[in-house]
Design a binder for this molecule. Structure first.
Ligand code: PMT
Length: 222
């Protein structure tokens, strides 16, 4: 589709996985490659927006003009997002943030000992929820990675986290979602929705950005 014109707008995007350290050599993470978030950053830059990409560890590079802030853990991602968000018009959370982190990070490598190892985890901060609940939040777009009841869970995230829009993907669909070059999204906002069919992530990102721009313009012209 034709890209919207986002000149003068600043878009903050989170991408990739987070890594939650267990000890100096081990971490808990997930299969996010960052492709979805980097695709959005690329099309947002092509749409003339100023783009800030807060990214967990990935193998991807960014086009010149995109400001990339690399982070490792959810706590670092939250801190960088909070430092940037006040100057942003739109926030899009594509990152697969670990919901929990190990309760303690061992100073030394955990040694092999018993037949079983029990670890305790504590909840990580919800970056998306914190942004959406700021006194003057940007236009806030969440993602929802679901393997069942996709629409139901996406709608409850939209309402509970007070988002402007949510892009839900069914991560149980073979060939789409995590680490794939393709994805499909069910995009939902308060008074509308749109299904974006399976396609390459860059194309999909352009279609999502058009929907975001339309709803952003509606909200800010009120
Ligand atoms: O990176 P790729 O390989 O391209 O894969 C893309 C993707 C599948 C990771 C992406 O399309 C996607 O679905 N991203 C969201 C993954 C996720 O963690 O979803 P969730 O339903 O658990 O989280 C809901 C939303 O809250 C997300 O916008 C997430 O960024 C945000 N969140 C979650 C937890 C947390 N502590 N902080 C957050 O900001």
């Amino acid at each position: 589709p034709a890209l919207p014109d986002l000149s003068g707008k600043t878009i903050l995007i989170t991408a990739g996985p987070t890594q939650e350290a267990l000890d100096p050599v081990r971490y808990l993470s997930n299969h996010s490659s960052g492709k979805m978030g980097y695709a959005l950053a690329q099309v947002a830059a092509q749409a003339n927006a100023k783009v800030i990409l807060v990214s967990g560890p990935t193998n991807l590079g960014v086009a010149p003009g995109i400001t990339k802030i690399p982070v490792t853990s959810a706590a670092q991602m939250l801190s960088e997002v909070m430092q940037q968000v006040q100057q942003c018009d739109i926030f899009i959370a594509t990152a697969a943030v670990a919901d929990y982190r190990p309760a303690t990070v061992a100073d030394n490598k955990i040694k092999k000992k018993d037949d079983e190892l029990t670890l305790t985890f504590v909840k990580n901060p919800d970056i998306l929820k914190q942004v959406a609940n700021l006194p003057t939040p940007p236009f806030t777009v969440g993602f929802a990675a679901e393997s069942q009841n996709v629409e139901h869970y996406a709608r409850s995230k939209l309402n509970l986290k007070k988002l402007d829009m949510i892009a839900a993907n069914n991560i149980a669909t073979a060939g789409l979602g995590f680490n794939s070059d393709h994805n499909a999204l069910h995009v939902i906002w308060r008074d509308g929705e749109h299904h974006l069919p399976p396609q390459p992530k860059v194309q999909l990102a352009a279609e999502l950005l058009s929907l975001v721009a339309t709803q952003f313009n509606k909200k800010t012209s009120n």
